[in-house]
Write a protein that binds this ligand. Structure first.
Ligand code: ADP
Ligand code: MG
Length: 575
């Protein structure tokens, strides 16, 4: 084939593919335009997952009639004049591509009225072919209507998912923008039903209430900004009690832009380490502010990804800020010194040892995982004070659960999970202070191991020794165990093998030292199915009362179920 110049509609449709991936990208671009236009109110209406209709109405600065044709042309923008301006840019847009791209693949209409004008004007563009500018009566601001998205691009249309999925993408995008701009009233109407409406009063907390509901928002706490560094982390993060089963409720902002970043998400999840069950994810808005020359926003046509000059430093700052916030909200600590917004009423401290029964329809409330101090480097951060009330042991259920009475009702304690928590805190305390207490065996215990287990022994020899495991390799597949952590009272072989298997499988985002501590605690703990005497149970409960984070084991599973007096009375129809 000879080389020819592509015609303009073809060029547009190819380019459109980059910017407009799915209906949610259209919503994001249009709402960002409205934000750039200084809108105070933005309303988004969609039908059939955005396929049939996307309409974005704003009350921003508008576009004069004579500029409407230009607005839908490629590379036309009012936001950037020279490339050098890019570094100092405070607007979302700068590429001048979105309207051109969207109007190339939809039945599109741009209507706008600048404040002070007696009426507005509109321009319809059908799949890349612009019509004539016509006058129209409308309030000041801009309304963009997109119908039949991708009707002429079957490949893209086939690629779209079910309406509900596309709607979810749209809702997530709009939620992110709403949280980034608490000063703007943002509304989303899906098939005639309002699903999101922020008040636009300028407070992040208000926006969080609109997004998550008051109960969940009450458990989202401000991240205290840390001003010592170039990277400032702020926003608000949900306590472990309000985690979700997916990552869709955590939003990242960099210099006010909503972005996706695996490394920052990983840093946040790492900060929750041992506080959340496997498969549970944090919620909140984590915002990063840094000098504009330390971040490049122009790496992706949709600007969803950014490049940091020093990504590790940003991730470390995010991790530390989130971790610090979580630790500051352990029980028995004074409320945070700094609140993120002096105009906002302080976050209601509604953190309870166990979930508030009045908020849970189910009669039994499971204790949420409380933040635990589980990293040795936070050893200086000492907290005593018991988190569980003093409990009176009544008995054992199924040789697995301890039934106890407290000042407010009944407590069911999982004996294995509770013991695991006790041992973990003991190991971590010892590690952080005088070193892990070890018990020397009278005779070395010789064990046959698999090659993987031997390799783990060799590779993590120093970490194992630090936690009390003194092991010597001899031969290809045997080891001699000379000393064990004092917490391991029996079944040495079984515990060690489990620890080595967990080390060998690598896995989760934890240090080897943490992995050894967690699995040692888990496998040394008493099991379910073991009968306990009353005094053993009392002992266990006493120790659990001393724990800093008694409500979850090292793997984040709950240890305690609480049935309050009120629950009981309600259940038996006494109130
Ligand atoms: P960009 O946002 O990168 O400048 P767009 O194609 O999204 O490119 O928009 C082109 C131009 O149209 C913008 O620079 C702006 O001047 C104008 N515009 C788009 N949407 C709006 C709006 N909602 N209100 C006012 N002006 C708008
Ligand atoms: Mg734009």
């Amino acid at each position: 084939m000879p080389i020819v110049r592509l015609d303009e509609p073809t060029i547009r449709r190819i380019a459109a593919g980059e910017v407009v991936e799915r209906p949610a990208s259209v919503v994001k671009e249009l709402v960002e335009n409205a934000l750039d236009a200084g809108a105070r109110t933005i309303r988004v209406e969609i039908a059939a997952g955005g396929r049939e209709l996307i309409r974005v109405l704003d009350d921003g600065c508008g576009i004069p009639p004579e500029e409407l044709p230009l607005a839908v042309e490629r590379h036309s923008t009012s936001k950037l004049q020279r490339f050098e301006d890019l570094a100092r840019l405070s607007s979302y847009g700068f590429r001048g591509e979105a309207l051109a791209a969207i109007s190339a693949v939809s039945d599109f209409e741009l209507a706008s009225r600048v404040p002070g004008a007696s009426h507005g004007a509109r321009l319809r563009v059908r799949f890349g072919k612009p019509g004539r500018v016509e006058p129209v009566g409308m309030p000041p601001g801009t309304t963009v209507t997109v119908r039949d998205l991708f009707a002429t691009v079957p490949a893209r249309r086939r690629f779209l998912r079910q309406d509900t999925t596309e709607t979810a993408y749209i809702q997530r995008a709009l939620t992110a923008l709403a949280l980034a701009h608490p000063e703007v009233r943002v509304e989303l109407v899906v098939d005639g039903r309002t699903v999101l409406a922020t008040p636009g009063r300028g407070h992040l907390l208000d926006a969080l209430v609109a997004v998550f509901g008051a109960d969940v928002a009450a458990q989202i706490v401000p991240i205290e900004p840390d001003g010592d560094r170039e990277v400032i982390v702020h926003g608000a993060i949900g306590l472990p009690s309000v985690s979700r089963a997916n990552r869709q409720s955590l939003f990242l902002l960099v210099n006010g832009r909503w972005i996706e970043s695996r490394s920052l998400v990983a840093a946040i999840e790492q900060a929750f380490h041992t506080l959340l069950m496997v498969g549970r994810y944090p919620i909140g808005v984590v915002a990063v502010a840094l000098p504009p020359d330390r971040v490049d926003v122009n790496v992706h046509p949709t600007k969803r990804e950014v490049r940091f000059a020093d990504e590790r430093a940003v991730a470390a700052a995010v991790h530390d800020a989130v971790r610090r916030t979580l630790l500051a909200h352990l029980p028995d600590r004074p409320p945070p010194r700094v609140t993120f917004d002096p105009l906002t009423p302080p976050v209601v401290e509604r953190r309870l040892l166990v979930a508030d029964p009045s908020r849970a329809p189910a009669p039994i409330a499971t204790a949420p995982a409380e933040p635990a101090r589980s990293e040795t480097r936070e050893a200086g951060d000492d907290r005593t004070g018991s988190r569980l009330p003093v409990l009176r042991v009544l008995g054992q259920l199924r040789q697995s659960y301890i039934i106890a009475e407290g000042p407010d009702g009944m407590y069911l304690v999982d004996q294995h999970a509770a013991h695991e928590r006790i041992l973990l805190e003991r190991l971590l305390d010892e590690l952080a202070t005088r070193g892990v207490e070890r018990q020397r065996l009278l005779q070395p215990l010789v064990l046959e191991l698999s090659p993987e287990q031997c390799a783990a022994c060799e590779r993590y020899a120093s970490e194992l020794a630090e936690l009390g495991w003194e092991i010597e390799l001899f031969g290809v597949a045997s080891v001699a165990v000379r000393a064990v952590p004092a917490v391991v009272q029996r079944n040495i072989e079984r515990v060690l093998v489990a620890v080595l298997d967990e080390l060998a499988s690598g896995g989760r985002a934890t240090t080897p030292l943490e992995r050894i501590a967690i699995s040692t605690a888990c496998h040394a703990a008493i099991r379910a199915g073991q009968e306990l005497t009353l005094s053993e149970m009392r002992d266990l409960i006493r120790q659990l009362e001393q724990c800093r984070a008694p409500n979850a084991c090292g793997h984040g599973r709950p240890t305690v179920v609480h049935l309050s007096t009120e629950d009981l009375e309600r259940h038996f129809g006494r109130r």
